[in-house]
Design a protein around this ligand. Structure first.
Ligand SMILES: CC(C)(COP(=O)(O)OP(=O)(O)OC[C@H]1O[C@@H](n2cnc3c(N)ncnc32)[C@H](O)[C@@H]1OP(=O)(O)O)[C@@H](O)C(=O)NCCC(=O)NCCS
Length: 250
């Protein structure tokens, strides 16, 4: 049998990519990398038939040292190790970055890499909550709204008002694989720990579903406030974003 890994492009691996996303059934956080030209793609061939692909990106946009996407058709999956080893050789990648809920690449990371670092916590929606802090309302942001200075997140499309003052904003981004969207929120510093962060996430989840999208979110591992807020609003931890150093053969 002849294994071949060769440079490819999005058009050539698009059908395989759709199968990957369908099977993985998760928010793929680097989904937009290919369209934004932040990746190189390699096709895997066996006896001249295209049976999988891999994606390489880098810590800097121009770097191509990190394997972040990997798929082999189920009927050829027993050859995953061989394709992965060849992908490392061809791309000269030094790192793997993956979501632990992306089972195939995570398995490869555990086999081929060392020095695993956890970068972020990934959340999926889990349950509907009924939070309602007193004397506040949530509504869509208008063009004349005065928004407080945001230090971490972008200003959201939905706002919480307390006595006519906007004290929190939240929203969802849709440049992820359908049907997923990524939720975010920020609460004005002097109004934190009053239940507004979890309330805006609860409400943004509703708007997200109404827009035909499934809510997902992520936060840094050390952002305890964000983690607690997402859990309180009915989300659950579905995985972690991890990175690791590829072991040098020898
Ligand atoms: C994260 C953030 C949105 C939380 O907003 P908030 O209004 O304080 O959240 P809530 O009051 O709804 O709190 C929800 C839960 O988180 C807990 N929590 C919030 N901040 C916390 C902190 N800094 N440390 C520990 N727990 C915290 C609350 O105690 C509450 O849990 P409980 O009901 O079991 O006591 C706010 O701190 C913020 O805007 N941070 C900057 C922006 C940011 O990090 N956004 C998220 C990026 S992923």
């Amino acid at each position: 049998m002849k294994f071949k890994v060769k440079k490819s492009d999005l058009n050539q691996v698009q059908a395989l990519r759709l199968l990957f996303l369908h099977e993985a059934n998760l928010q793929f956080i680097r989904n937009a990398f290919h369209e934004r030209k932040w990746s190189d793609l390699y096709a895997f061939e066996m006896d001249g038939v295209r049976v999988g692909y891999g994606g390489i990106s880098g810590s800097e946009r121009s770097n191509r040292d990190t394997i972040f996407e990997f798929y082999v058709l189920p009927t050829y999956r027993k050859y995953s190790r061989e394709f992965f080893a060849e992908l490392i050789k061809k791309s000269a990648a030094k790192y793997i970055e993956c979501q632990t809920n992306d089972k195939l690449l995570h398995n490869m990371l555990l086999e081929f890499a060392t020095k695993i670092e956890t970068q972020a916590i990934l959340f999926s929606d889990h349950r509907t909550t009924d939070l309602k802090p007193e004397n506040v309302e949530v509504r869509l942001r208008t063009a004349t709204d005065k928004i407080f200075e945001h230090k971490v997140e972008p200003e959201g499309d939905y706002v919480i008002l307390e006595n006519d003052e906007i004290v929190a904003t939240g929203g969802f981004l849709t440049h992820y694989n359908f049907p997923y969207a990524d939720l975010y929120m920020e609460v004005k510093e002097d109004h934190r720990r009053k239940g507004y962060g979890s309330y805006i996430i609860q409400e943004v989840k509703k708007y997200c579903y109404l827009a035909g999208r499934v809510p997902a979110a992520r936060c840094n591992v050390d952002n305890i406030g964000s983690r607690s807020t997402l859990l309180k609003a009915g989300m659950m931890i579905c995985g972690y974003k991890v990175s690791a150093l590829i072991k040098v053969e020898g």
